[in-house]
Design a protein. Structure first.
Length: 224
């Protein structure tokens, strides 16, 4: 009877040991990180997979440090996160510049240098040189004039034609004594912080029969 009990106890003990070993044994799971097989001791514990923290972190380019005194583990990304370059704030300059050609008059009241100009919430921000203008036909006739298709030449030697997508419609047909106000936008490729002056060039107006009514105009804008 004692022999049977001893044998039964050994069998139970061996069975329990096998179960324990099975619970913490390495599985046949292969660990892939960024498409590469990583040599790691993957264990299955109560249905969950466990891998060494250092193996995973270092495979992702991280650095793992253990502080025994503080009992802490720190992981630093292997790829430093670049600090975004702060965008300069927009700068505006009050001016009072008049452009006259034939029956057409235009007043430029403000120049703005905006590194992130948005026409509306659906637009992409642009690096912009902006003119606030009021355009007026002083005659009773229909006149065609397109200052919103003008050109600027910056002191940085960059030449830019007005951006029709971002600009307001302050040109076109002026049927009689019409006044149009809005912004003319020039998308700048260079560094706005180096811009301190510009020459604004606009072609002269003409009538419905495309007869010239005025001269081309070049106007200097000093920003200070």
């Amino acid at each position: 009877m004692k022999k049977k009990l001893l044998i039964a106890f050994v069998i139970l003990a061996f069975g329990a040991m096998c179960i324990a070993i099975g619970a913490f044994a390495a599985s046949d799971i292969k660990l892939f990180i960024n498409g590469n097989v990583v040599n790691a001791d993957v264990q299955i514990v109560n249905g969950s997979s466990y891998v060494p923290l250092r193996v995973v972190s270092e495979s992702l380019g991280g650095v793992v440090k253990w502080d025994g005194d503080a009992r802490t583990i720190s992981i630093t990304s292997g790829t430093p996160v670049a600090t975004p370059t702060p965008v300069s704030a927009a700068k505006s300059f009050s001016v009072n510049v008049n452009v006259e050609s034939g029956p057409m008059k235009m007043n430029i009241s403000k120049v703005t240098l905006d590194p992130a100009y948005l026409k509306d919430k659906f637009s992409q921000p642009v690096n912009a040189f902006i003119l606030d203008v009021t355009v007026e036909n002083t005659s009773a006739d229909t006149v065609k004039w397109y200052p919103d298709q003008g050109t600027i030449v910056l002191n940085t030697k960059e030449q830019i034609t007005a951006d029709m997508f971002n600009s307001d419609s302050v040109g076109g047909d002026f049927i009689g004594k019409v006044v149009k106000t809005g912004k003319i936008i020039f998308v700048v490729k260079g560094d706005l912080t180096k811009v301190n002056s510009a020459s604004f060039v606009v072609k002269g107006p003409y009538d419905s029969g495309y007869k010239s009514l005025g001269d081309d105009k070049t106007t200097d804008l000093i920003l200070n």
